[in-house]
Design a protein. Sequence first.
Length: 129
Amino acid sequence: MARLRHTAQIPPAAEFAASWIDAWNAHDLPRILTHYREDVVLYSPLIARVQNGKKGCLTGRSAIADYWAAGLQKFPTLHFSLINVLQGVDSLMIYYRGIHQQTTAEVFWFDEQGRVHRAAVYYPEELSL
């Protein structure tokens, strides 16, 4: 039976969470984007809502940068507060307070260089914007 090889380089959970949240709280889009690969895929129910019912995912750092830049403009006082960070297989999950201090979970899958190649965001069903 062949063994599964996990080649992802997962950064230390607390360090990644602190770096990611600090970049968001600084509203520093270039710094936020350093965590992600060029061909990253982001899944979020807010993408579908913002794009009037289109699919809930974006592909590529450029498309995601445009989406996040618009979000940072819409929410100029956006501030994330870390609740917890958990480690999985080739992944980390950050549980935090986000938009309007609502609880949010985000899962990040890492590549061999320790950069995010896929992320998925989870919000409460009753998310209000």
